[in-house]
Design a protein around this ligand. Structure first.
Ligand code: C5P
Length: 222
């Protein structure tokens, strides 16, 4: 692992889940420990990058020489990322909630006897942080993640195109040994020419270093 491959390069990383409030005591979220995003931030900083890590609520220490910005909701995460632009490289490892409740109730919702056993929550789409930043005129070299339970490489390739990415990291979350919260990962990286590079199962720290080395090489060549 080379310590200077990202010297002076600005790297923006999103990590962790987002939380979308329903009322003052409840929220909707995704499974995400933040471990992969934090491991990437650590590896990028070791490679000499100026790292900004925009993180949803997680229980992890901030890696050395990383500027961390904590956020809660998807809209907060987008605003923090926009404030951190311009950046040379974006790595979107966050598990962003695709929808949020349309209104946040000002007081704790009470059980409503008139609706029987049901509760109806109107949801609206959240902004796509990665696609928004990758569509800017000053777009960074953009790397996304595709966590899927089926049709992994097909869905990943479609996402690369739809979000206008440079690379996408496909992650099979149906496999419990490499999924959410696990200590290990195994990934396949797909580029715009649909060329695939696989990394065999190992710790998230080692995968992060391999991935940062690949991203640095592709960024330098683009
Ligand atoms: O479309 P999907 O959520 O599966 O795409 C995953 C990729 O897009 C990840 O890199 C994730 O961080 C990013 N994403 C985002 N904002 C969203 C949804 C996903 O940045 N609202």
């Amino acid at each position: 692992f080379q310590r200077n491959v990202l010297d002076g390069v600005r790297v923006l990383i999103t990590a962790g889940p987002t939380q979308e409030n329903i009322d003052p005591v409840r929220y909707i979220t995704n499974h995400s420990s933040g471990k992969m995003g934090f491991a990437l931030a650590e590896a990028a900083a070791e490679a000499g990058a100026q790292v900004t890590l925009v993180s949803g609520p997680v229980f992890l220490p901030t890696p050395d020489r990383v500027q961390r910005i904590d956020v809660v909701s998807a809209r907060d995460m987008l605003a923090a990322c926009e404030a951190a632009m311009p950046s040379d490289i974006l790595i979107a490892a966050a598990a962003v909630a695709d929808y949020r409740p349309e209104v946040v109730a000002p007081h704790k919702l009470k059980k409503d006897p008139t609706t029987g056993d049901g509760l109806y929550l109107q949801m609206v789409r959240n902004p796509d942080i990665l696609a928004t930043l990758a569509a800017r005129p000053d777009r960074p070299f953009s790397v996304g993640f595709a966590a899927e339970t089926e049709h992994l490489l097909d869905y990943a390739a479609r996402k690369l195109k739809d979000k206008n990415l440079d690379l996408i990291v496909a992650n099979d979350v149906a496999n419990p040994s490499i999924g959410f919260n696990s200590e290990e990962n195994a990934i396949t990286v797909i580029d715009r020419q649909l060329q695939q590079t696989g990394f065999a199962q190992t710790s998230k720290g080692k995968i992060a270093r391999q991935l940062i080395a690949l991203i640095a090489a592709r960024y330098a060549a683009h």
